[in-house]
Design a protein around this ligand. Structure first.
Ligand code: ADE
Length: 230
């Protein structure tokens, strides 16, 4: 998959995308990520990318022109699914991330300041939010989306890093995990994991996942029922 990022702050992406699993995926040719500086596409002499909102109000709005020109230069004539990261978008879920992983090419536009000129929606296919809170810009959300989507690209996770069993895969939060030693500072690993047989371990894990979900995110239990019916 090829991912291109349109941003005013390309330097924010460097360390995050080159480390760990995403770094390995790029080195292995499964993923290619490029950043493009929107400011390079301004057509005014002060290289301004934002201006005051019509109608008044606090903060600045990102101007349409640099974004339109940056998008046109980056996209060229090849198709791409174009996403604007904004708190006004649809919430990112595991399910949506999996669907997005099927695209060959994503272009991510990172909003900043108070927002983006609404006319930019003419060159955007989808608006995505990573949660019901407001960040200073779309850069961290873009990194979250890339990380989340990449895990569903075949080969990105090693066999020991499964995307199947984890929290949200089945609409439940994940069961507790332990590794060696079996006893640590007086805290013991549940007996069933040490000598239980497979079916008992599965049953225990499911009960634990239900219990955790009920305690922390009870609303997900409705989703779990629906997923099972599918
Ligand atoms: N930009 C600012 N806050 C955001 C959020 N929660 N999701 C996506 N983009 C954002």
């Amino acid at each position: 998959m090829k991912i291109e990022i349109l941003t005013l702050f390309p330097e924010m992406f460097e360390g995050v995308l080159s480390a760990s699993i995403l770094g390995r995926a790029q080195a292995g040719g499964l993923l290619s990520i490029e950043t493009h500086d929107i400011r390079a596409y301004t057509d005014n002499k002060h290289r301004k990318t934002d201006d005051y909102p019509f109608g008044g109000g606090a903060g600045l709005v990102m101007m349409a022109q640099p974004i339109f020109d940056c998008m046109a230069a980056v996209q060229g004539n090849e198709p791409a699914h174009r996403i604007l990261l904004t708190p006004r978008g649809r919430l990112l879920t595991s399910e949506r991330a999996k669907e997005l992983s099927a695209y060959d090419r994503l272009i991510l536009l990172c909003g900043h300041y108070e927002g983006v000129d609404e006319r930019v929606n003419a060159i955007i296919d989808e608006e995505i939010s990573i949660g019901d809170y407001v960040l200073t810009g779309g850069e961290l959300p873009a990194m979250v989306l890339i990380d989340c989507v990449s895990r569903f690209i075949p080969g990105v996770l090693g066999s020991e890093e499964s995307a199947q069993d984890e929290s949200h895969a089945a609409g439940l939060l994940e069961y507790p995990q332990y590794t060696r030693p079996a006893s640590f500072r007086g805290m013991d690993v549940p007996e069933i994991l040490l000598n239980g047989h497979h079916a008992n371990i599965q049953k225990w894990r499911h009960e634990q996942a239900m219990e955790k979900t009920r305690a922390v995110r009870p609303c997900l239990l409705g989703t779990f029922g629906k997923n099972k019916e599918k």
